[in-house]
Write a protein that binds this ligand. Structure first.
Ligand SMILES: [Ca+2]
Length: 173
């Protein structure tokens, strides 16, 4: 009698466990993050895991570079975020909130290198970022400064001469 009773309880317990496990699996990986820069999707079992992942992702674009005029993405764009994961700049505490000393190493979404191809830029307004373009590698050469907003045509919008297809390095701070 005792043995039968124990088995019956065990069977019920298994049934409950199985029933509880199925919905848990169906709900798994429902919390997803998609990068607007790369299209890459990362999914997690819990919201807490997603938040933990997002805390380490530099997904907030502060500066966007475009190969074409008008800050339009059709001929290629590239987003840059803070190296510190912030959604603002902290001039002058951190000199390079984001940067590239060699734009041959940076690519638009089209695969074309940014070196001497940038024709328009957007510096996210309201986040205290200032963009410095340099016409040589390593932030050297001539430089020009752009504050928050859209520079739709680097031939004219800098106030510092023609910067179309000229920048070879940059930083924002
Ligand atoms: Ca261009």
């Amino acid at each position: 009698m005792i043995t039968r009773k124990v088995l019956a309880v065990f069977a019920i317990a298994c049934g409950v466990l199985t029933a509880a496990t199925v919905p848990a699996q169906a709900a798994a990986e429902n919390f997803c993050h998609q990068s607007l820069d790369t299209g890459k999707v990362e999914c997690f079992d819990t919201e807490a895991a997603l938040r933990n992942y997002e805390a380490g992702v530099q997904s907030i674009t502060l500066v966007t570079m475009f190969n074409g005029y008008g800050a339009k993405g059709a001929s290629g764009y590239r987003n840059f975020a803070s190296a510190y994961g912030r959604d603002y700049c902290t001039l002058p505490a951190d000199g390079h909130e984001g940067s590239s000393g060699d734009l041959r190493q940076e690519r638009y979404n089209t695969g074309v290198a940014l070196d001497r191809t940038i024709s328009s830029v957007v510096v996210r307004p309201g986040v205290n970022c200032v963009l410095w373009l340099a016409d040589d590698f390593g932030f050297r050469g001539n430089t020009v400064i752009l504050v928050g907003g859209t520079c739709a045509d680097l031939r004219t919008c800098t106030g510092g001469g023609n910067w179309d297809n000229r920048a070879r390095s940059f930083y924002f701070t």
